[in-house]
Design a protein around this ligand. Sequence first.
Ligand code: PEP
Ligand code: MG
Length: 896
Amino acid sequence: MAKYVYDFAEGNKDLKDLLGGKGANLAEMTNLGLPVPAGFTITTEACQRFLAEGSHVDGLDDEIDRHLAALESAMGRRLGDAADPLLVSVRSGAKFSMPGMMETVLNVGLNDESVAGLSRQAGGNDRFAWDSYRRLIQMFGKTVCDVPGEEFEDALHKAKQAKGVRDDVQLDSDDLKSLVAAYKKVFSKHVGHEFPQDPRQQLDQAVEAVFRSWNADRAVLYRRQERIPADLGTAVNVVAMVFGNLGPDSGTGVAFTRDPATGESGIYGDYLQNAQGEDVVAGIRNTLPLADLEKIDKKSYDELLQIMATLEGHYHDLCDIEFTIERGKLWMLQTRVGKRTAAAAFTIAAQLVEEGMIDLDEAVTRVSGAQLAQLMFPRFDLSGDPTALTRGVGASPGAAYGEVVFTSAQAVALAGEGRSVILVRRETNPDDLPGMIAAQGILTARGGKTSHAAVVARGMGKTCVCGADQVEVGRDQFTVHGQVVHEGDVISIDGTTGRVYLGEVPVRPSEVVQYFEGDLDPALANEPLVAAVHQLMTHADERARLRVRTNADTGPDAARARRFGAQGIGLCRTEHMFLGDRRELVERLILAHNKTERDDALAALQPLQRADFLEIFREMNGLPVTVRLIDPPLHEFLPSLEELAVQVAVAKERGSSGEEAERDERMLAAVRRMHESNPMLGLRGVRLGLVIPGLFGMQVRAIAEAAVALAAEGGRPKPEIMVPLVGAVQELETVRHEAERIIAEVVGDSGVEVLIGTMIEVPRAALTAGQIAEAAEFFSFGTNDLTQMAWGFSRDDVEGAFFWRYLELGIFGISPFESIDRDGVGRLVRIAGEEGRATRPGLKLGVCGEHGGDPESVHFFHEVGLDYVSCSPFRVPIARLEAGRAAVESAGSDHR
Ligand code: PEP
Ligand code: MG
């Protein structure tokens, strides 16, 4: 039978899954011989059972009986004994810290009789005993029986009013006795029975209330935000009460073994004399700096410092501590490896290395890509309390403000005058690209993290908030719940939190980005944070097995990514190269009546493409560059059907004729012809290349010529041609056949080598990877489309539409577009990798979907043996760090 209860002496710090963080560390401290009040922990498994069955857990009562008896004998007191009561606290404690999200009940065991016993224990301190009792009724009422907290607050307020005092401490024991009577009335009015006098009943109900608090709204919300799985449950710690509020020789405090902001060793913390922990949290009185304890109680102070040194030496990390002094006796109530800011995580890790406490391998596991990301984005300074407007999906992190504009052209025009603008669109499309480039940030009302706006913005490192569905976008204004924001009004958008503010919120730049960019102010070079980032990144690179490439399709992006440490380009999307002033050529191509017209358009595009590729190859000289042949449906390059139809109808109405009107009509016919109900599943990718003769060939020629040109300059091009949306080997073979012919013709004896490979982004491709590998020298997993097609989720629509419900129901803990779905999409990746390599040993495997820059997913790609991940330039350092961590962690688990 399962064991549901552990005495502190039975546990240890590695049992967090079962005992929660608090229980595991209390056990560890007990076993280190530190002064921990006696107690026991009820496991997370008991909580899981309780929540699943909705009631009583078989066998739990008996176990609690046994452990309670042991606790009573250790303390020499019985729970709620009238003459000499043992009181206990009942505290939550999950595997991951969820500060203040769940419940605690203190002073369990007090009743109408034991209150007198408590007074005697406290040396005849009646006031203290009745104050403890009223706190129990209040906490128990609120937590266990859902009595509205304000009712107790009101009663307390009335008691103070009646006495004519302001502070709780001015109420004497008689006042508190009356308050207890008032609280009991509040309790019975709401609950329908008297406050329970049976201590054991109090304990059982408190335990169940803590279990239930795992599913309280705020706890659910916190878990979702922190990505803590919903099914872990909380442990419950039942601990003998010690009191910090027994007089001036008592008190309570918190301590850190080093400065949580900088990592410096020293004495950090707060102390509050004659108080309980709750008073510190509630901020009722001002605390003293911990160092002042030396003057108040030197013996306890010295003992505390010694314990802090013991804990740091034991955990090899910053620990935070809660302690209480009861009449000159120090008790440890909690310790844990302390939370810290992202900056402190880096500096502390480096500091611990310098002090010889940990090695560099351990240090890289102490920091995360998510923390590095936080350090890389400029942040808003919110000290001015800006006006919040709305909230969307934080799609591309950063902080930006500017005047609201509603069209790409406006964005370009205003930015050209040196003004800062935020482009607000219902959703974006490739036409908006110039405006997106010109704007400081992008706000859309529709679309999720893989919508066009999000992907493009991330690629550019531009701040973007998507799917702000309360925003109604009009022609020259938008509204949020009736509040109107006009064109030209200033808003600020936070791409990390998704928050949108009215007006300009000041922004602070990131020195970590300046460091990666190589333009760090020399005065900052020795800043501990920058030095720590440098040291840990260097080590992560040394340990990483996965290489990190970037998704980049312009020279400047490629150059920046290289500065950020990219080891090549894993995805150069070629579609943007067909926009702007080349649009006219693309229209000619699409509208071509015959082969000659089509060939002319392609011939005009080809040198332009060659120049594009040459620029990128130059920036990535010596490193591989994967160029993907054109992917999106061609009608994306044509005007919108609605707008064109109106334009043509109006022209007809006015009787306009001539070349332009004729051209518009032809265009309209073409747009109608190409219109698709499901364009994502339509004529795109390799299908396009097979349907429009010469299109892929033109691109292949341009790539090969650019490579030859760079080689002629003395460079070392390493081009890789990638075919999108392949589902069958025959598709790839057809493209390959033509491509090889062109490459052979162009490359001649220049020594240039061009690889040909494919994206694996259609589930059928993953399932027939063994065949496809016959025709591919590399695979790159397009996990955006693979996720879309494996789940049948439209990547542009579902995140904003209903993912909230899926997250709420726990169908998944995080959007599968954000972090790889290991069981489904991940399985396709694994199968394709294995079967591809079975056909072609040494087949190069990479990933270029958005998941390539997601920390969790990077670990998965390491595990399944990919050669590289590719991600947007700004996520390159994050992926580098995670690749290093993945290697260190898997080496560690191999040793175990
Ligand atoms: C993908 O599908 O994962 C991919 C990289 O291609 P795109 O996002 O351009 O469709
Ligand atoms: Mg794709």
